[in-house]
Design a protein around this ligand. Sequence first.
Ligand code: KIV
Length: 256
Amino acid sequence: MSPQEKAAAIAGRKGAAPIAALTCYDYPMARLLDAADIDILLVGDSLGMVVLGYPDTTHVTLAHVLHHLEAVVRAQPRALVIADLPIDTYKTPEQALETARKLAAAGADAVKLEGGLRQAEKVRAITAAGIPVCGHLGMLPQRVLEEGGYCKKGKTPEQTKDILEGAEALIAAGVFAIILESVTPAASREITAAIPVPTIGIGCGEGICDGEIAVVTDLLGSFPWFVPPFAKPENDLAAATIAAARKYVARVSGGR
Ligand code: KIV
């Protein structure tokens, strides 16, 4: 399937089959998650925090995303691979298109950028070039320094209206799906019902959006130093890793 067909297939799941998406940053994880029939692999800029050890996503560069995207793409996943446009790489429609072209050339099926109304022209420039775009509304991690923290969105009718207006502008510009991050369940339900493209939620309450996305380290319990309150780990790989390494240390040093 072409990237456009893959994105259209995700768009066609609106109100039908829920979409399961995870972040992914390397080759082995791409193979493992693809074997689990994940629909979308997002090479998200969360890699700055959970792989590279930065305090937030504002330190992530295009070179970082390209490096991890190339590793994911080497696994030739069946899933739709989305790559994030890092902060400061989409300040104008021209720059947004140039960045999206580099990500597509490295194997991304689609790209994602954060924000609504003010990003519509950039989204239009990218979709007009044939590269599928996923939107990202609600809490926007690239604005964490401006906003002074990670704040829940959709708490008032005005905030919900802002998100809806942003969604409508992104849809008019051609996005095939929109990630909603940390939006209240009530607002997420209202937005999901109002728009014709799938919403994919994180921190919005499960079963409310058309799909869910999770940061893979939250699912696996492999990054215990920052676990968002909404994370539902299915494993404790941090403890398993320490236990395995301890066994190895004991085995190696056992004879001495
Ligand atoms: O970078 C990322 O992991 C994301 C998800 C939180 C949606 O954008």
